[in-house]
Ligand binder design. Structure first.
Ligand code: 6PG
Length: 477
């Protein structure tokens, strides 16, 4: 009797996915480059259904046809190298699935190369970290629909469920699944940064301690802000390290593995403004300049009343905390709407650019469970796209335009305070600027066009008549 699926690459994500398949009744062959790991992983799984193999030949030979081979190795060259090795053993009609955070253009290339050899390739974005992989991730599979049909039942069974529905749906051709996962990660960066700014404002402008902020986040998690990231933030705020809070001991330098950078590069390529996601990425870059920030504090801090990283100019005892919490909550919510709207806007451009057919309502549904950006308001996003599939921007939908209008005064109030006090909240400010840019049919770009025409004869259009014009500008004016 052959096994139903095979997993190659048994680091924590691969191992947990193998166990997840096994829990769901599938017989799983496992293989790892470092062979010793195979037996360790086998021993770790209490039940049956996990079958160790010790060579690629044995691994592939142990699978029922068409074979389903799930690769969970480091993205980039290791994926190509593994595919190359597998080609000695797999046959026409077999399906190779890459579940890593692969770059979507690599996935598109691999899909094409493998299809020329009759092998089906699925690039599946998988989100949810270790816990998700083990007990239910969100899965974003891209590739040929016929190939997906061979794995759909298995994938949907192991995926997270949200409101009774699997957080796994076919996305579109070739690299579309990994693209959606990339955008998920861009939104993840923005969401994390916005929450961090909210925390920083409550702490520095509100003078709140970690316990108090934990209560605020707990309450927010029962509101329209309900989400995984808000939930873990409240847990993080409460975590002790001896008598102190662990958070206060963690160095303020944030790392990254690259998917946020890809999202931004892609947005620039397609000419899409994803300013909140960009600000989040920049904040990570800036966070790593700890030593330079200290030099900057010596030069500029005094004028802002900042000494040793503390905002001495702020008298937190005079702050109306209840009001502040409301302002921050409403600002965070609008900013979050903008971040997700920008992510979906990028997807909208991508589908035109790459010829994909994306179902935005369904993508929002996938994001509702298992993944890092899961949030209650994704139900509204899904509904909004369902109601108005052709909308240019999520912020134009009835539900979200109304939610933004209701909170806008609070958002402007808070941003004017933090700007005046020197509290950096660049992602929130970007969200505000995005709405401002969208709030006026006129802009200053007439001057840009005039400048371009002045120095480069790049021409301009006019508002009073049709056509393309160039002016002989008068240097003497
Ligand atoms: C997920 C996460 C996952 C991983 C990120 C972290 O959806 O499960 O996004 O893919 O945690 O790669 O990214 P950074 O290291 O770039 O923050």
């Amino acid at each position: 009797m052959k096994n139903n699926i095979g997993v190659i690459g048994l680091s924590v994500m691969g191992k947990n996915l193998a166990f997840n398949f096994a829990d769901n009744g599938y017989k799983v062959s496992i293989f790892n480059r470092t062979i010793a790991v195979v037996d360790t992983v086998k021993r770790e799984y209490a039940g049956e259904n996990i079958y160790p193999t010790y060579s690629l030949k044995e691994f592939v030979g142990s699978l029922e046809k068409p074979r389903r081979v799930f690769i969970m190795v480091k993205s980039g060259q290791p994926v190509d190298s593994m595919i190359q090795q597998l080609l000695d053993y797999v046959e026409e009609g077999d399906i190779i699935i890459d579940g890593g955070n692969s770059y979507f253009k690599d996935t598109t290339r691999r899909t094409k190369e493998l299809s020329e050899r009759g092998i089906n390739f699925i690039g599946a974005g998988i989100s949810g970290g270790e816990e998700g992989a083990r007990f239910g991730p969100a899965i974003m599979p891209g590739g040929k629909k016929e190939a997906y049909d061979y794995v759909s039942e298995m994938f949907e069974r192991i995926s997270a469920k949200a409101y009774g529905e699997p957080c796994c749906r076919y996305i579109s051709e070739n690299g579309a699944g990994h693209y959606v996962k990339m955008v998920h990660n861009g939104i993840e960066y923005a969401d994390m940064q916005l929450i961090s700014e909210a925390y920083w404002i409550l702490k520095n402008l509100g003078g709140m301690d970690n316990k108090e902020m934990q209560e605020v986040f707990k309450a927010w998690n029962k509101s329209e802000l309900e989400s995984y990231l808000i939930e873990i933030t409240s847990n993080i705020l409460g975590e002790k390290d001896g008598d102190d809070y662990l958070l206060d001991k963690i160095l303020d330098k944030a790392s990254q593995k690259g998917t946020g950078k890809w999202t931004n590069l892609e947005a620039i390529n397609l000419g899409v403004d994803i300013s909140v996601i960009t600000s989040a990425l920049n904040a990570r870059f800036m966070s790593n300049l700890k030593d330079e920030r200290k030099i900057g504090e010596k030069l500029f801090g005094e004028s802002l009343g900042i000494y040793n990283g503390q905002f001495k100019s702020i008298d937190t005892s005079t702050i109306d905390r209840e009001l502040l919490v409301r302002l921050v909550k409403n600002s965070l919510y609008i900013s979050k709407i903008v971040a997700y709207a920008q992510g979906f806007k990028l997807l909208l451009s991508a589908q035109k650019e790459y010829g994909w057919k994306l179902n935005f309502s369904e993508i929002a549904k996938i994001f509702r469970g298992g993944c890092i950006i899961r949030a209650k308001f994704l139900n509204d996003i899904s509904d909004a796209f369902l109601k108005d599939g052709d909308i240019d921007n999520l912020i134009f939908t009835d539900i979200f335009s109304e939610e933004i209008r209701e909170r806008m005064d609070d958002f402007r109030d808070l941003m004017s305070r933090v700007v005046a006090l020197g509290i950096p909240a660049n992602a929130m400010n970007s969200a505000l600027g995005y709405i401002y840019s969208y709030s006026n049919g006129n802009s200053s770009a007439n001057l840009i066009q005039a400048q371009r025409d002045y120095f480069g004869a790049h021409t301009f259009e006019r508002i009073d008549k049709e056509g393309v014009y160039h002016n002989e500008w008068n240097n003497e004016n």
